[in-house]
Design a protein around this ligand. Structure first.
Ligand SMILES: NC(=O)c1ccc[n+]([C@@H]2O[C@H](COP(=O)([O-])OP(=O)(O)OC[C@H]3O[C@@H](n4cnc5c(N)ncnc54)[C@H](O)[C@@H]3O)[C@@H](O)[C@H]2O)c1
Length: 369
């Protein structure tokens, strides 16, 4: 299996790029990257877990592909690594790597959303922007954060609050890296997969319903089916609305308004991103049902699938008021007016503004044990 999907970005200049999806292709990464001609010297950014598992194979492949000069920075695994502190340390290491000789550096990120978001931000800001390539290794990385060009670090209690749009030159996915991913991270990625089903892909939703056992058992054939479908959706949405300005890319935020608030209200410790988004999708579904936009039967299907994928359907560890309070910091809210992505059926969502707080509170409360 080897597939290529394109993100088409033609304005202001052609910044289109390919997403290569395959299995067992990590060892060939160097050759493909070299052919791209994005840089002569390669600086790898990864985390401690991924470095232990894939660091050697990746570097060996880069060297055998023709990158004679390689540098590497390894951050501690986990969300805490996506900080300004890591940013400064890596900028320092990159500067030292760059100045020893006449370098043309390309940054390569290897890992999940943490090295990806951080490394993209570093590449986008170093010398006002140099090339970068993403090699995602988590399910969330494959279907969501590995492409699209949103890069950032967290600042104080706010996630992704300092960042820029900076598109990669290539995204290179070896699906076999899923085999070492902890089951909880797999489930977390499946939450984003099912999000695509609800916003625009009812047949993907059906597939997930019929194959949840296979997916939880890490049946690779099932992942070979669903990952390219999700990548194509995200690639098309990014091509149509790169900077989230046309009410197209915003659909990807389904479940994220309440989901982000739940992550904040529970101190970013209790739930993984995908778990919080699952609860957020159910809260958005509850609001939509209350407003008469979403059928009971569809909300039931959504809850069932989330449950069957081993994701939470009940919210614990915080109060309704703390979720409501955290929600007020949502980037989509303008001048105090709230904004949600609400499902209207399995396969379609709409943007809704100014929803009465009591409707939101009721939907949150209905998720509490
Ligand atoms: N840029 C975007 O569009 C976008 C979209 C969604 C989420 N995000 C960001 O992504 C981050 C979450 O991404 P994530 O879940 O990939 O986080 P992550 O990078 O922290 O990876 C999760 C864990 O899995 C480990 N890991 C990674 N690959 C592995 C593998 N193949 N085998 C074993 N362990 C492996 C990591 O070391 C880490 O412990 C958040 O910071 C979020 O804000 C960004």
């Amino acid at each position: 299996m080897l597939k290529t999907i394109k993100v088409k970005l033609n304005t202001p200049a052609d910044r289109s790029y390919s997403i290569v999806i395959g299995r067992g292709i990590m060892k060939d990464a160097g050759k493909t990257l070299k052919k791209l001609g994005a840089g002569r010297d390669l600086f790898l950014i990864t985390d401690s877990n991924v470095n232990r598992l894939y660091g050697k194979t990746a570097l060996k492949s880069f060297r055998s592909g023709g990158f004679e000069n390689t540098g590497k920075f390894v951050i501690n695994a986990g969300e805490a690594g996506k900080s300004l502190d890591s940013f400064l340390k890596i900028q320092g290491a990159l500067y030292d790597f760059d100045r020893s000789g006449d370098r043309q550096v390309v940054v390569v990120t290897l890992g999940g959303g943490v090295p990806g978001d951080l490394g993209g931000f570093i590449a986008g800001t170093y010398k006002r922007g140099i090339s970068f390539i993403q090699i995602p290794t988590t399910l969330l990385g494959f279907v969501d954060c590995g492409l699209g060009g949103k890069t950032a670090v967290n600042f104080r209690e706010a996630k992704n609050s300092i960042g820029i749009f900076w598109q990669p030159k290539l995204v290179y996915m070896d699906l076999d890296t899923l085999k070492t991913l902890p089951p909880r991270e797999i489930k977390s990625g499946l939450a984003e997969t099912l999000k695509y089903g609800v916003i625009c892909a009812p047949t993907l939703f059906d597939y997930l319903e019929f194959n949840s056992d296979r997916l939880l058992a890490l049946d690779m054939a099932s992942y070979e089916k669903i990952i390219p479908v999700c990548v194509k959706i995200k690639a098309d949405i990014t091509s149509a609305d790169e900077r989230d300005e046309k009410d197209i890319r915003i659909m990807l935020n389904f479940g994220h308004t309440a989901g982000h608030a739940i992550e904040a209200a529970t101190g970013y410790r209790k739930y993984t991103h995908g778990e919080a988004i699952s609860l957020g999708m159910l809260i958005a579904g509850g609001i939509s049902k209350e407003l008469g936009l979403f059928r009971d039967a569809d909300l039931f299907r959504l809850e069932n699938l989330i449950d069957n994928l081993g994701l939470p359907v009940k919210l614990t560890g915080c109060k309704v008021s703390s979720v409501l309070e955290a929600m007020k910091h949502d980037k989509k809210f303008k001048s105090g007016v709230n904004r949600f992505i609400l499902p209207v059926k399995i396969g379609a969502c709409k943007v809704a503004d100014n929803i009465p707080e009591k409707v939101i509170a009721k939907a949150i409360k209905s998720r509490m044990v």
